[in-house]
Every structure is written in C-alpha cells, then in structure tokens.
Design a protein around this ligand. Structure first.
Ligand code: UD1
Length: 438
C-alpha cells in the first residue's frame, strides 16, 4: 500500500486497552464528519481539491475479551478495527515488545502520514516508539506522531503509566493537551510550544455524546435500584448507592494495601450498597488472597429489590452501563485516571484511592479528592465527600469538541507540510478555540 494520494491524508489510530476506546471514538467520529462535510460541501462541483482523510484503525489486542474490549466497540459505535495485532497479556516488557514488533510491520505496509496514539497504556508507548524510528524513504521521513492526552504528570515514576506518558510525549510531534497542567508540565520539560495544542478532552467528548443514550441502560433495574420506574426519560435511581473501581497494580497486587483499602470502605458499605465491577487483574488477586468472603454479596446472589448495604460485585461493565451507574451514584471511589475526569463533568463526588493524580484540574475545578490508600484517610475522605456540598466547575475546553479540534489541526498541519491548498478546507471549530496554547 502507498502513502497518501494527492488531496488526501492517511491517518492511522491506535487503540489497545479499555480506556483508549472512549478517547479514540470522538477522533474517528470527527474524521467521518470531516469527510462527509467535504462530500456535501462540494457536491456537483468539479473534483474537490481538499484533503480527504483515509483512516486505519489498529487494535493491538492488549485488552482482548468481550468485557474489556468487544462491548466498547458496540457501545461507542466504533468501526471494526482494520488491523488487529492480537498481542494479549504479558509482562510489561513482553507486551510492549510484542506490540512493537507487530506494529512495525503494519507501519511499513500502510505508510500512514500521521499516527495517532491516545492515553498512557503500554500500547500507546509501544506504537509511538516504533513510529519515531520508522523511515519510509531514503530521506528518513516517517509519519507525524500525535499524542492525545499529552502532558499529564503524576510525578510518580513507579507508575508504569507515568513512564509511558513521559516517553510518548518526548517522541511525539504534536501534543494534544486536556488541561492547563499539561501545558505547564510540557513547558517545564522543554517541549517546544509550537508542538502543543490545548484542545480539551476526547474522553469527555464521548461522555457528553453518550450521556443521554446511557439513560436507556437497564443496569439500575438489574441491580434493583430502580424502584419508581423511569421519570422524564431518565433512569432515576430510587436507591442511594456508591460505585467502586480498583485495578491499579500498586493497589491490588499487594495484599496489605488492598486490605487497607477494603477496610476503608467498610463503613460506606454499611451505609449504602457499593457496586464493585471487578477488573480481571483485581478478580485474580481477590481469589489469590482469599478475599471472596470479605466482599459480602456477589452479583450472582444479589437480586433486584434486594436493596440494602453491602458490596455488590459484578463483572466489568460496558461503557453505557457504567456511565449510567456513575451518573446516578451518590459517590464514586476509584483508582482510575479517567473516572476522576468523568465524575468532574457529571458533578458526582469522587474519592481517589491513590497518593497523587496526574489530573489536578479534577481537584481544583471538579468533584475529586485524593485520599491515599490508608484505611482512616479513605474513611475521612468518604465522610467529607458525602457530607459536603461542592460547587464544581467545568474545566476549560471540556466542551465535547476536542476530537474536531484535533482533526482540524492534523489536516492543517498536513496541508502546510505538503503545501496543499489549506484555504479550501472547511473550518470545523470556531476560530477562537484554535491553537489555544499560550
Ligand atoms: C491497563 C493499563 C492501565 C489502564 C488499564 C485499564 C498499562 C500499563 N496499563 O492495565 O493504565 O488503566 O489497562 O483496564 O497499559 N485481562 C483480561 N482480559 C483482557 C485484558 C486483560 O482478563 O481483555 C487480564 C489479564 O490477566 C492481564 C491483566 O488483566 O494480565 C492485566 O491486563 P494489562 O493489560 O496487563 O494491564 P491492566 O491492569 O489492565
């Protein structure tokens, strides 16, 4: 296969693990919208001299089962991947190396103009690193690397994701930033300002787009939380409940840390039901550590209308079910990165069981608080979050248009590089939102 034809740009987007899917979906939607606008805008006129986008979706297979991957493609209307690398699980080194070997072959075959990587998982780093060293021509030219969700820093190098973030940012050509701390961090690390674009948050694009659709989820009924039926098309929960997610290796791979966290949740679980969709890593540890009994009710035993306190353990949930549950929860307790952002927009109090966050805007502007992983600190944070009335704001540029801005910038950048006629590209995003890095 050849590189892009004149008048078109070839973009390859990489996804691999669960949190990638909702970050990539708005980019793919913006590509489709861009191409449709071109067709509509030039219907009946001579051959349009504008950039059409040819898109290739690559799934590394880092997450591979229906619950961690397949159901997200349905929920988010994602197209079937054009290429699936089928890499699967392994140690960090094995997984990263396997992705790199297979992705190099894909790049050499497809020769894209731009490679888009999202987030901070092993697939993100592996594909960015391969792209940074690939050369298609004797002049050493390779694709432009665009990193979506650049610049976030926890300043904790023991987190594999922090290493992935730093390295990915430093091999990327275009850095799409979600919050102002990202601008600051990249500036402090000496990244040139002309590479950085503060576009907003594609994960929030997905949330805003699918929020209404999530109301049709039957998850509240299934859990017995929907006593009064639906009101005004909204699935109002008749039961106060909390939602819990835990999957970070530093929290669940160590028995004592995991026990401390669970002890911090006991008081909450005597006050209201705590729904706990369990990640595969966490499930394995629960079995290994023999925690099954201390978790109380399991999803299998829990019946509709059998309300009351306790831990309700479920399989990992699909995107729409989880969004519905998050939206109606009284409190979310999590060690996830993205959930801190989603609860900020939903206005749901969030307790983060980690020592730090790479997303400080969720604390400054949102509903999030950092509790650490000690039992008493978690209890205190939960009490404070349940007791307080917080006015949360909306972080700058989290307006559902990040995907559009990214595509706009990518196409313009390609036009500049190829001296194509950028004046003929229809604008997708109001000008005041463009290139908003300081
Ligand atoms: C990965 C990401 C993490 C992200 C998380 C979301 C890295 C370094 N970590 O962590 O940032 O928050 O995904 O889930 O990339 N497994 C399954 N089915 C699957 C996938 C995984 O059962 O479809 C099991 C496997 O036993 C595997 C374990 O889950 O060993 C962990 O998966 P892995 O991709 O290694 O890391 P996560 O902990 O999921």
């Amino acid at each position: 296969m050849q590189r892009s034809e004149a008048g078109s740009v070839k973009i390859l987007t990489v996804v691999g693990a669960r949190p990638n899917f909702m970050k990539a979906a708005p980019i793919i939607a913006a590509i489709n919208a861009h191409n449709e606008r071109l067709v509509a805008g030039y219907a009946g006129r001579p051959e349009p001299q504008v950039e059409t986008i040819r898109h290739i979706l690559v799934h590394t297979g880092q997450h591979y089962d229906e619950l961690m991957s397949g159901s997200f493609f349905n929920d988010l209307n994602l197209p079937k991947p054009d290429i699936h690398l089928g890499v699967g699980s392994g140690s960090h080194a094995t997984q990263t190396a396997e992705i790199m070997k297979k992705f190099e072959e894909v790049l050499l075959g497809e020769k894209p103009d731009i490679v888009v990587v999202v987030g901070d998982v092993n697939s993100t780093l592996a594909c960015a690193l391969v792209t940074s060293k690939i050369s298609f021509d004797s002049d050493g030219s390779g694709p432009v690397i665009a990193h979506v969700e650049a610049g976030l820093r926890s300043f904790d190098r023991s987190m594999p994701e922090e290493v992935n973030r730093i390295l990915t940012d430093h091999v990327s050509d275009l850095l799409f930033v979600t919050e102002e701390s990202g601008l600051q961090n990249l500036g402090n690390e000496g990244v040139s300002a002309d590479k950085i674009h503060f576009v907003g948050n594609t994960m929030i694009d997905s949330l805003l787009h699918f929020k209404e659709k999530a109301e049709a989820s039957t998850i509240l009924e299934k859990l017995g939380f929907l006593g009064q039926g639906r009101k005004n098309g909204e699935a109002n929960s008749s039961t106060r409940y909390a939602l819990l997610t835990l999957h970070r290796a530093s929290n669940v791979d160590n028995r004592d840390v995991f026990l401390n966290i669970m002890a911090g949740l006991e008081e909450l679980a005597t006050d209201c039901p705590v729904v706990f969709p369990v990640h595969p890593r966490t499930r394995r540890r629960i079995t290994e550590f023999g925690f099954e009994f201390s978790l109380g009710k399991s999803a299998g035993k829990h019946r509709a209308n059998e309300q009351g306190p306790g831990m309700i353990v479920t399989e990992p949930l699909g995107y729409l079910d989880f969004l519905c549950l998050m939206k109606h929860a009284s409190l979310v307790v999590t060690d996830s990165g993205g959930i801190q952002e989603e609860t900020t927009i939903l206005g749901v109090p969030c307790v983060t069981v980690r020592e730090n966050t790479e997303r400080p805007v969720t604390i400054e502007c949102g509903t999030n608080t950092i509790a650490g992983t000690k039992t008493d600190a978690i209890k205190d944070a939960i009490r404070r979050q349940l007791g307080g009335n917080r006015d949360n704001g909306v972080p700058k540029n989290w307006d559902g248009r990040a995907g559009e801005r990214i595509i706009d910038i990518l196409v313009r950048r390609h036009c500049e590089k190829t001296s194509f006629r950028p004046s003929l590209i229809p604008h997708t995003v109001p000008l005041e939102h463009r290139y908003s890095c300081p």
